[in-house]
Design a protein around this ligand. Structure first.
Ligand SMILES: [Zn+2]
Length: 424
């Protein structure tokens, strides 16, 4: 086929003037653009889509999308956009990810190239792939996907932009912005996929919560006491709680106003906190139901610190254990139970004596269990206020306590109050 015939065919497909199409085609061919590409380009210019070989998939509402869909077209508002480099089939790829919304719902997306859109933009996304991510459908924006500004702004019920309080950060969040004070920070060398890498780890806080962070592109701005706006972070689970991750794409800007940091931990019901999947700093009030085995006077492996059973470490076999104090107590607030772990200092407080007193008591009775029994006599049935870091795994919920004291309020009342406070 010559240019004339191509132009005739295109003009008839697109319903536009043949002379105009022919001029466009010839112009492109002059620059050595292959004829198929030139035709696609002319089609796009005249609003004819990608060339007819892949028909535009049906337009759908986000709420309708399931993992059974192949490709879809949707008109959406961009809520958030995070940038991250991932290693994909041996190559470092920069991807954009976040959430989209329309009037019916929200969906996560991953864009494998930079389409240039930003939070707040209203777009018609054509021919996006649907894949399953974390059990939910997610849109995949790839080289076959078209992104165009929507004819009208898309109205949504959701917050546009990634600004969040720390208490609302959950593992899996991407493209978040936080305003925080740095509370703790230390440098660390790790063996990463590219050899030894220096990172910085610490804790940040705002008036709602505290969270651990990792800066993978260590920058000096993150020093103790600094008040910062940190844009484009993602959150992942680290030791059972959400952790904030700063990448090379994250921007850090000093704030002129100081960030106030909550003195107290957020008070939640145990059920609510467990459902959230883990919290770095949380407070419960509940009744101690039981003091579990492995409490009181225990021995730890000198190599790894694990509690030994009959002089055996799970990793190091028979070892000469070191004496220590610990409590594992089951706390119940009427919504759920959690295993509260007290370290040696908190255990000494509830026992009324340190390691020396505990060893002396065990020697007198010729029985180590007297220490745990004495602690159980004190704790079981009592109401306690406990604060610490909550992790949740397949074995249940564990709170590593940083504070533990008798509660003067009724736990059931407190749990109801905590639920009301969260407003769920
Ligand atoms: Zn060991």
């Amino acid at each position: 086929m010559d240019v004339n015939s191509h132009a005739e065919e295109l003009a008839s497909d697109l319903g536009v003037d043949k002379a105009e199409v022919k001029a466009d085609l010839e112009n492109l061919l002059e620059y050595s653009v292959p004829i198929d590409e030139a035709k696609q380009s002319v089609r796009r210019k005249h609003g004819g889509g990608g060339g007819g070989s892949s028909p535009t998939p049906e337009s759908v509402d986000l709420v309708e999308i399931t993992t059974d869909h192949g490709n879809v077209t949707a008109t959406v508002r961009v809520l958030t956009r995070g940038t991250r480099t991932i290693r994909y089939q041996g190559d470092d790829l920069t991807i954009r990810e976040g959430e989209l919304a329309d009037g019916t719902g929200t969906i996560s997306y991953t864009a494998w190239q930079d389409f240039g859109f930003e939070p707040g933009d209203s777009l018609t996304i054509g021919n996006a792939g649907v894949r399953e991510w974390d059990g939910e459908p997610e849109l995949n924006l790839n080289e076959s996907t078209t992104v165009a500004i929507a004819d009208e702004p898309v109205a949504v019920d959701h917050e546009v932009g990634g600004d969040r309080d720390l208490v609302d950060i959950a593992a899996g969040d991407r493209g978040r912005n936080v305003e925080v004070r740095v509370l703790e920070v230390e440098s660390k060398t790790i063996s990463g996929r590219d050899g030894e890498t220096e990172i910085r780890e610490g804790v940040v806080g705002d008036e709602t919560a505290k969270l651990p962070f990792t800066d993978w592109d260590p920058r000096p701005d993150l020093e103790v006491g600094a008040d910062l706006r940190i844009e484009d972070v993602y959150a992942r689970e680290f030791r059972g709680v959400p952790s904030i991750n700063l990448t090379e794409f994250t921007t850090v800007t000093p704030l002129s106003e100081p960030v106030s940091v909550a003195e107290s931990a957020p008070r939640l019901s145990v059920g609510e906190a467990v459902a959230s999947g883990g919290m770095f700093d949380v407070e419960f009030v509940g009744n101690v139901l039981e003091v579990r085995d492995g409490s009181g006077l225990i021995e730890r492996c000198p190599e790894c610190g694990r509690v030994t059973q009959n002089g055996q470490c799970r990793s190091h076999g028979e070892v000469d254990g070191e004496d220590d104090l610990r409590v594992k107590a089951i706390l119940d607030d009427g919504t759920d139970t959690v295993t509260v772990v007290l370290d040696d200092e908190l255990t000494a407080e509830v026992y009324g004596g340190g390691l020396d007193e505990a060893l002396a008591a065990a020697k007198d009775a010729m029985d180590k269990d007297v220490v745990a029994e004495s602690i159980a006599d004190t704790l079981v049935g009592g109401a306690y206020r406990v604060r610490g870091s909550l992790s949740v795994d397949e074995y249940g919920a564990t709170l590593d306590a940083t504070a533990f004291e008798e509660a003067d309020d009724d736990p059931a009342e407190s749990a109801r109050a905590a639920l009301a406070e969260v407003g769920r």
